[in-house]
Design a protein around this ligand. Structure first.
Ligand SMILES: [Cu+2]
Length: 633
C-alpha cells in the first residue's frame, strides 16, 4: 500500500522538474486543475545521536528493543532512528451522494481513495512520510491533520486550515511531508469544519518498540460513531439551543463495520477480528468519533495497556477502557481462553453527558482461530456502568519531571483558560445558538489568512477572534522551559481537550474550581500521565504542562465536533521569532492564492462557523452530493 521512494534526492529532482513545468505552463492553461506545491524539500531536521547502548533485534521476546541502540527507553524528543524510508502515498478525497454504508443504509459520504475508513498510513519510527492529498471534491475545501504527530519544526505540515495553511481548494493538492519522531497508534482526519464526520478519516500507525512483549501486531482497531445524515447538516442541528442535546449517533462502527442498529435484515455485519490461540496480540485502539465517548470491554479478557496516545507506559492491566474522542490505547490481548467467539462491547454513559447512540448494543466479534466463523458469541458478558471519566494510573516509560518551582505564582492568572457555554443574541432566522468559548472567545479562524501566513508576512496584528495566545519566548529559547495551563470547565459537560504539536503532562484533574493558592500541592509534577487528548470533567478542571520546544502555532481544542464548530478552541503561538527560519512558509502561498481565487465561486462560502469543524452557513445545508444544483451522478 505504501511504497518507499528510491531516495529522497530522486524524489526531489523529479518534483522540482515537475514544478518547473507546472509554473511555466499552467498559467496559460486555465482549464487544467491547479496543482500547486508538489515540491517536497526535505531540509535536515535532526542530528542522529545514538539512543543508548546496543539493544538487539526487535522480536516477540524482545519488544523493548527496536534497532541498533534505539529502544523503548530512548528519549524520542532527543533522538530517533535515521529516516530509512520515505513513505509515499496519495490520498484522493471525493464526495459520493448515494454511498452504500456498512450497515446497509445509503447516505452521502466523503471517501478517501474510494473507501471509508481511509487507508491505513504505516511507517517505521524515524521515517519521513510524504502524503499527497488531492481534493477531488467539487465544492468543499479540505486540509488533513495528522493527529498526535509532533511536527517538530514542521508546524506548516500540521494541516489545520486557517492556522497552518489555507484550505486545499477543489482541484488542488498539497504534499504533506513530515518526520515521525514518535511511534505508536494515531489517526488522520480532515480539519475542514466537520468534514471528518462525513468520512475523511483513517488510521495512522508508526511501528516501534513496546514496553511489553507480544507475538502478533493486529494493526489499528478504529472505532467511530456514525451518522446517516451529513456532518454539516447535523452541526446545524447541534448548534440550535432549541434542539437541546446534540444528535445521537445512528451507529457505532468497528473497523468500519457494524450491523444495522435496529433492523438486522437491512444489512451490515459485525466486524470479526481473529486471534491465534495461545498468542499475545497487539491491538491499536482508536476512538475516531465526532462525539461519542466509548468504554471498551472484551468478554473474558483484560487489556494490558502499553501506550497512552503516542506515549509508551509501564504495562497496566485494565478490565475496561474509557476512550474519549481522539484518544488511543495500544493494548495487548492474551488469547489464553477457550477457543470461541467473544463480544467486544462499547458502552456509552447512560445520561448522555458524553454521547449517545441509537445502537444500544455497539459490539464487534473477537474470534479465536478455530472457532466458528459465522456463529455469534454466546456469552454476552456482564454489562458495565460506563462513566465520562478518563482513565488514570499510567506511568510513562520515558520520564518527564518538572521542577515544581516552575509552576507560575498564584498571582498569575493569565495561564487560566476558562471554558464556557454562552447563548449569544439569537440569530433572527435560526434562533439561539450554542457558543463555546475559551477565555470568553469562540475561536473563529480565517481560512483565507492562516496564522503562518501572518508570520510569513511579518504581521503580528492578530484579530482577537482567532483566539491566539502569543507565548512569551522562553529565556535563551531554552528547550527546557515549561508552559502551564489551568483549564477550568465552567459547564457541566466534559470535553476531550486535544493539543497539537505536543504531548502534555496531566498534572492534575478534579471537580469544582482549581484554586492555585490552595491546590497546587495536589498536582503531580513527577512523571504523570502524558498524552495528547485529556478528558476534562464537567464542572471540573485539568492542569497541563508542555515543554516549549517546538516553534510553531498549535491549536488546542475540544475534539467533539459540535463543540469545536461552536468555538471551543484556542491557539498557542510558540517561539514565533524562530518559525520563519525553520520552515518554508512560502510553500503555502500557491494553495492560499488558489483558495482565495476559488472562495468567491464557492456555493457554500463565506463560512459562519469556527472553520475548524463545520463547513458553511445557514441555508446551505448538506454536502454537495445532496445539493440540488450540484447533484452527482
Ligand atoms: Cu467539548
Amino acid at each position: 500500500m505504501i511504497l518507499p521512494l528510491p531516495s529522497i534526492s530522486a524524489c526531489c529532482a523529479a518534483s522540482i522538474l515537475f514544478q518547473f513545468l507546472l509554473t511555466s505552463i499552467l498559467p496559460l492553461a486555465q482549464a487544467e486543475p491547479i496543482r500547486p506545491n508538489p515540491v517536497v524539500e526535505l531540509a535536515p531536521r535532526q542530528t542522529i545521536i545514538p539512543g543508548g547502548p546496543p539493544c538487539g533485534q526487535n522480536n516477540a521476546t524482545n519488544r523493548r528493543c527496536w534497532k541498533n541502540s534505539w529502544s523503548v527507553d530512548t528519549d524520542y524528543d532527543l533522538t530517533n532512528p535515521p529516516a530509512f524510508n520515505t513513505r509515499n502515498i496519495d490520498l484522493h478525497i471525493t464526495n459520493v451522494s448515494n454511498w452504500l454504508g456498512p450497515d446497509g443504509v445509503r447516505k452521502p459520504a466523503m471517501l478517501i481513495n474510494g473507501q471509508f475508513p481511509g487507508p491505513t498510513l504505516e511507517a517505521d519510527w524515524g521515517d519521513y512520510m510524504q502524503v499527497n492529498v488531492y481534493n477531488d471534491m467539487q465544492d468543499n475545501g479540505t486540509s488533513i491533520h495528522w493527529h498526535g504527530i509532533r511536527q517538530f519544526g514542521e508546524s506548516n505540515q500540521d494541516g489545520v486550515n486557517g492556522i497552518t495553511e489555507c484550505p486545499i481548494p477543489p482541484g488542488s493538492m498539497k504534499s504533506y511531508t513530515f518526520h515521525v519522531t514518535q511511534y505508536g497508534t494515531s489517526w488522520y482526519h480532515s480539519h475542514y469544519s466537520n468534514q471528518y464526520g462525513n468520512g475523511v478519516v483513517g488510521p495512522l500507525i508508526v511501528r516501534g518498540p513496546a514496553s511489553a512483549n507480544y507475538d502478533i501486531d493486529l494493526g489499528p482497531y478504529m472505532m467511530t460513531d456514525y451518522y446517516w445524515q451529513t456532518a454539516d447538516r447535523l452541526t446545524l442541528k447541534a448548534e440550535l439551543v432549541s434542539n437541546g442535546a446534540p444528535p445521537d449517533s445512528d451507529n457505532v462502527l468497528f473497523r468500519g463495520k457494524s450491523v444495522h442498529p435496529t433492523n438486522r435484515t437491512q444489512g451490515g455485519s459485525y466486524d470479526r477480528l481473529t486471534l491465534t490461540p495461545g498468542k499475545k496480540h497487539l491491538l491499536r485502539l482508536i476512538n475516531a468519533s465526532v462525539d461519542n465517548s466509548l468504554t471498551i470491554t472484551l468478554v473474558g479478557h483484560n487489556f494490558t495497556v502499553i501506550a497512552t496516545d503516542l506515549v509508551p507506559v509501564k504495562p497496566i492491566v485494565k478490565s475496561s477502557l474509557f476512550m474519549a474522542v481522539g484518544q488511543r490505547y495500544d493494548v495487548i490481548i492474551d488469547a489464553n481462553q477457550a477457543v470461541a467467539n467473544y463480544w467486544l462491547n462499547a458502552t456509552l454513559e447512560a445520561a448522555n453527558n458524553c454521547g449517545r447512540s441509537r445502537n444500544l448494543f455497539p459490539a464487534a466479534i473477537i474470534s479465536y482461530s478455530g472457532a466458528s466463523t459465522t456463529a455469534l458469541p454466546t456469552n454476552k458478558g456482564n454489562p458495565i456502568t460506563a462513566t465520562c471519566a478518563g482513565e488514570t494510573g499510567f506511568v510513562p516509560i520515558v520520564t518527564r519531571t518538572i521542577p515544581a518551582s516552575q509552576f507560575p505564582p498564584v498571582s498569575n492568572t493569565s495561564n487560566t483558560l476558562p471554558v464556557s457555554l454562552a447563548f449569544p443574541t439569537p440569530d433572527p432566522s435560526r434562533g439561539a445558538i450554542f457558543e463555546w468559548r475559551v477565555r470568553n472567545t469562540p475561536i473563529n479562524v480565517e481560512w483565507d489568512h492562516p496564522v503562518l501566513e501572518y508570520i510569513l508576512q511579518g504581521n503580528t496584528s492578530f484579530p482577537g477572534s482567532i483566539n491566539l495566545v502569543d507565548l512569551p519566548a522562553p529565556p535563551n529559547n531554552a528547550n527546557s522551559t515549561w508552559t502551564f495551563w489551568i483549564i477550568q470547565n465552567q459547564f457541566v459537560l466534559p470535553h476531550p481537550v486535544h493539543l497539537h504539536g505536543h504531548d502534555f503532562l496531566i498534572l492534575g484533574i478534579g471537580s469544582g474550581t482549581f484554586n492555585p493558592s490552595t491546590m497546587t500541592s495536589q498536582l503531580n509534577f513527577n512523571n504523570p500521565t502524558r498524552r495528547d487528548v485529556v478528558q476534562m470533567p464537567g464542572s471540573g478542571w485539568v492542569v497541563i504542562a508542555y515543554k516549549m520546544d517546538n516553534p510553531g502555532v498549535w491549536l488546542m481544542h475540544c475534539h467533539i465536533g459540535w463543540h469545536a464548530a461552536g468555538g471551543l478552541g484556542v491557539q498557542f503561538l510558540e517561539r514565533k521569532s524562530e518559525i520563519k527560519g525553520l520552515m518554508k512558509l512560502d510553500q503555502m502561498e500557491p494553495n492560499c492564492n488558489a483558495w482565495r481565487a476559488y472562495a468567491p465561486r464557492s456555493p457554500y462560502l463565506p463560512k459562519k462557523d469556527s472553520g475548524l469543524k463545520r463547513r458553511m452557513g445557514m441555508g446551505e445545508m448538506g454536502m454537495e452530493g445532496e445539493s440540488p444544483v450540484r447533484r452527482l451522478a
